[in-house]
Design a protein around this ligand. Structure first.
Ligand SMILES: Nc1nc2c(ncn2[C@@H]2O[C@H](COP(=O)(O)OP(=O)(O)OP(=O)(O)O)[C@@H](O)[C@H]2O)c(=O)[nH]1
Ligand SMILES: [Mg+2]
Length: 400
């Protein structure tokens, strides 16, 4: 029987945590799909771009499974976003966090809490992701005593935070131990009821040209947008617009042109849908010339039906708050003051841009951005500063 995926409760779950703690391996064991597909990722054995995989969870005699052969009752459809753990790829993790409904924080039991465990966790907090499951991975590498010690370290780490009462599940992804417990918890996450009567907002996290070289013109697919619908409904045939859109150089500066197109088809994983609501990730095939969307050219953008998005802006006013300490370095160094004209990396929803401080006081500042954004009042943004050639998260802000 054909499965109508749009009728199944669905969420988008991020997999985050320090480099090599086993995120992509865990995802592969949960879904059967290896999310690292880029040649560079395969060569280096690390995740570089946001990866995707999905699975249907079924329940059979009180046991949860993603086995396709299972005859159990369908409980949930989960799309996953696999984030890179490398410290240089924090910006990518942040744009992934913008489309997560819930997250799995992976901590390798043999290594414990590491700088990017901390940095990713703070990013989840800032993005207000309340549903966090903690996976204590690689338990096959530690003794029982070490596993307990690591469990206590995690407990201390989350004390007084949103994840204080999160489940901590001991797992060996590699040896497939205790994975069904993760599925069980994923099925317990509360699904928010979508708001009715609001305009759609689709955050673009990736964009592609899926045509193989040499495809006949009549068989060509239009540009693909991958990401998540934050609110509203999108349907096949909808006329859409994408901002900031297409960029081109004019008199040594970049200009942006809103792209207009139409939705040809939509997919959640391998499943086609005619109508999409929030929950889970989504791929939209448009009528766009695929050369416009290839190699993530449109990632960071926002799509909606024609005529509803606000003007793009190269200048923003934000309220901000800095951390006491710089995160992600493993050292305990304090965040110094921000200075006028300083360049900061700003991540807003799925977009990443660099901004120069034009005006600043204690709680608010005005920035001039290199890549314009579609501003939504109240949206949270990550603020990073360049320290010794790395962008380090130093605080968070909110658009005024
Ligand atoms: N022994 C053991 N090794 C594991 C386990 N899970 C993952 N690994 C190994 O850990 C290494 C890193 O695994 P990945 O899944 O690529 O780690 P990752 O967190 O996705 O890494 P990045 O994406 O680069 O941040 C690989 O060699 C895996 O085989 C586990 O449960 N036990
Ligand atoms: Mg990985």
């Amino acid at each position: 029987m054909e499965i109508d995926i749009s009728k199944i409760d669905s969420i988008n779950v991020g997999i985050v945590g320090h480099i090599d703690h086993g995120k992509t391996t865990l995802l592969q064991k949960l879904t059967g799909k290896w999310a690292d597909t880029h040649s560079e990722e395969l060569k280096r054995g690390i995740t570089i771009k946001l990866g995707y995989a999905d699975a249907i969870i079924r329940e059979e005699n009180g046991k949860y499974t993603t086995n396709k052969e299972s005859k159990g009752k369908i409980v949930r459809y989960i799309t996953f976003v696999d984030a890179p753990g490398h410290e240089m790829l924090m910006a990518t993790m942040l744009s992934g966090a913008a489309i997560m409904d819930a997250a799995i924080l992976v901590v390798a039991a043999n290594e414990g809490i590491k700088p990017q465990t901390e940095e990713h966790f703070v990013a989840l907090k800032a993005k207000k992701i309340k549903n966090i499951i903690i996976v204590q991975n690689k338990i096959d590498l530690v003794s029982k005593e070490e596993a307990i010690k690591n469990y206590e370290e995690i407990k201390k780490f989350v004390k007084g935070t949103i994840a204080e009462n999160s489940s901590i599940i001991p797992v060996s992804a590699k040896q497939e131990i205790n994975l069904e417990k993760i599925l069980e918890f994923l099925c317990k996450i509360e699904i928010k009821k979508p708001q009715e009567g609001v305009n759609p907002i689709f955050y673009i996290a990736r964009s592609f040209d899926i045509n193989k070289p040499g495809t006949k013109i009549e068989d060509l697919h239009g540009g693909i947008l991958g990401g998540a619908l934050k609110q509203g409904v999108l349907r096949i045939g909808d006329k859409i617009e994408i901002k900031p859109g297409y960029s081109y150089k004019k008199h040594n500066a970049y200009e942006y042109k809103t792209l207009k197109s139409k939705i040809i088809s939509m997919k959640k994983g391998d499943y086609s849908v005619t109508e999409a609501k929030p929950g889970g990730s989504l791929a939209i095939e448009t009528e766009l010339d695929p050369t416009l969307s290839k190699a993530d050219a449109l990632s960071g953008g926002v799509a909606s039906v024609e005529g509803v998005l606000s003007q793009i802006s190269e200048s923003i006013k934000i309220n901000y708050e800095l951390f006491n300490e710089v995160l992600g370095t493993g050292k305990r160094e304090s965040v110094g003051e921000l200075k006028i004209n300083e360049m900061l990396m700003i991540s807003l929803n799925t977009s990443i841009t660099v901004g120069q401080i034009k005006k600043i006081d204690k709680n608010s500042m005005e920035l001039s951005l290199k890549i314009p954004i579609v501003p939504f009042r109240g949206d949270s943004l990550g603020i990073a500063r360049n320290l010794n050639g790395h962008w380090r998260l130093i605080g968070f802000g909110e658009i005024q």
